[in-house]
Design a protein around this ligand. Sequence first.
Ligand code: BGC
Length: 756
Amino acid sequence: MTFKRIISAILVVACAMMASASNDAKMDKFIDNLMSRMTLQEKIGQLNLPVTGDIITGSSVSGDVVGRIEKGQVGGLFNMKGVANIRALQEVAVKKSRLGIPLIFGMDVIHGYETVFPIPFALSMSWDMDAIRNSARIASIEATADGICWTFSPMVDVCREPRWGRMSEGNGEDPYLGSEICRAMIEGYQGQNLADPTTMMSCVKHFALYGAPEAGRDYNTVDMSRLRMFNEYFPPYKAGVEAGAGSYMTSFNTIDYIPATGNRWLLTEVLRDKWGFDGFVVTDYTAISEMINHGMGDLQTVSALALNAGTDMDMVADGFLGTLEQSLNEGKVNMEAIDQACRRILEAKYKLGLFDDPYRYLDAKRAKKEIYTDANRAEARRIATETFVLLKNDDHVLPLKREGKIALVGPLANTRANMPGTWSVAAASDRYSTLLEAMQRATAGKAEVMYAKGCNVCYDEELEKNSTMFGREMRDPRDATAMRDEAVRLAQQCDVIVAAMGEPSEMSGESSSRSSLTILDAQKDLLEALKKTGKPIVLLNFSGRTTVMDWEVENLSTILNVWFGGSEAADAICDVVFGDVAPSGKLSATMPRNEGQIPLYYNHLNTGRPNPKWFTKFTTNYLDVPNDPLFPFGFGLSYTTFSYGPLTLSSNSMTQAGSITASVTVTNTGDYAGDEVVQLYIRDMVGSIARPVQELKDFARIHLQPGESRTVTFSITPDKLKFYNSDYDFVLEPGDFEVMVGTDSHHVQRLPFTVN
Ligand code: BGC
């Protein structure tokens, strides 16, 4: 860089800092003035977030919302869809409440709006940050066109617990990948400027550790060491602060025996003091009143606990609204805490531009033009193809040729409502295609697609009912044997069987934990019967978590995990099944052989008696199952093959402030163009605390034509080698390290290096 360039760069940064300081000063002045006119009740009103609208995401509802808005008792609302509905309530706030403070309108825009992208767990399988950022950007454009300015996303709970249904909403088991995704999503939602009417405020959730509930049961106790929190579970939340997230949501679980919503260490000492978060904290749905069940006291006590811990906004519990005034009078909370929470919420509204124009996000013309557009749908379809993970493809059954007769069977083959996946509350499912429709379109005039459902989700009607809520029912009243026989007869006439099976979309998501993760009984029986026909079977496994597939891997030649691919899933599946696009997804979570191995994750510590194989007496192992997974973290096949040249390092040593590079040349050695995700892992060989056997520290997704080679170079910087030590300091301890580069966490080349 020349001297002139350095000076001009410094000037640009200085100008930006001055502009932001003057914006802050303007905002402070505005809010000081507003707050000087607010009564105590109006300040407490800003801390209140009732629920209203047709979308159901919890069991409690809020009463007399309009009356409360008029009285200045509401800071924001969520779960309402549509510009006209939202405008009507914003008008009440602006025109009828004493100070006319606008409301903030939130929604769970988790993986798209009406254009629905794959569920977050699936998106994480793409390892494609540009795609993920763009999915959030498109979600933001559509949601803001429909009146929403605040999304309860990204969900960044690290999860090693596939029994937990909300694995579907997160980014898998890895803190590094999860952090990258968190950043990309916030950039996508918030853009450069929150006041831009096409951007919305993000809300990082669920703070914290919600992804580690005991026994995988939703809402259950979490208990872990603080070192594990800092090194393995906190990084994605911290990345959210670094990316400028506007808000955080507390989790339902306890942390160190104190519910997150009332946990001052978590919400103030870690989030604000250590990490520097300066936005606002909202609770999860009724999390304040749930602290009564946690045994923390009555509503007044738990509300005071929440405020004093650092919670700013109360979602649905009515704890702040109903008790804070009394707590203030009794000295259980102070005015400073109420003022501070109120200020944080007003600041968010200011940054969103709501004080300039409360109707900024309520332009009915935009809603007509910008939602579920052809361009958005095309991008959702393209991205979905990147999320499918090819687990097995013996005899190259996939891709299918567009010829002959194809038997499409299974309970997920002809359902529309299940395609977008869980947590797609704004979905317009009747506009989406079923797999059957898409397959018929994709093969029109070339092949015949014949369909039979073959079985219900499972034999147990009650289980199916509980797993197909919110208009996603699919139970077929016919006799199970008759359904199965019909499918077998159909399969016998066909050249290949495509089985669309797995979980319906509400079998994962909130309050959808499972104790058994195998394919459900009726579907398994159907697969066994189909296998007897001797026809090749392609299993398309729909799921919102990693499932147990030992039988399928043993018995079927071809398995493509398609998760839930969003509104365009059906077409995207066809793009991959018929070979227009080669699959490229890589697992962001380890697939266990059985439920007893859980939690099973790649970045574990070593034991004193390690055993990479199966049984050896007096080593760490099971009698009845190997230690290793069915498929490791990072795994995923393509239609093409990639070969890796030798791994090289720019030097085998670096200083504590220096860096070295690791390079490898990857060649597409097959017949299809395809994408490969090259992964870099590090092991710190000796530390002051035990260190994981490997940790993902970088990755690159590259596209290669057949025969094409590319050299991928990763920079190994001090940050990639640091960890939290016993004093919770983030340190680099000099010594021996190992770098691993490869196609997944198990298939790597290793080289040693030292830090001096
Ligand atoms: C969920 C949150 C969600 C909230 C609002 C809760 O039940 O845990 O993830 O954002 O509802 O819908």
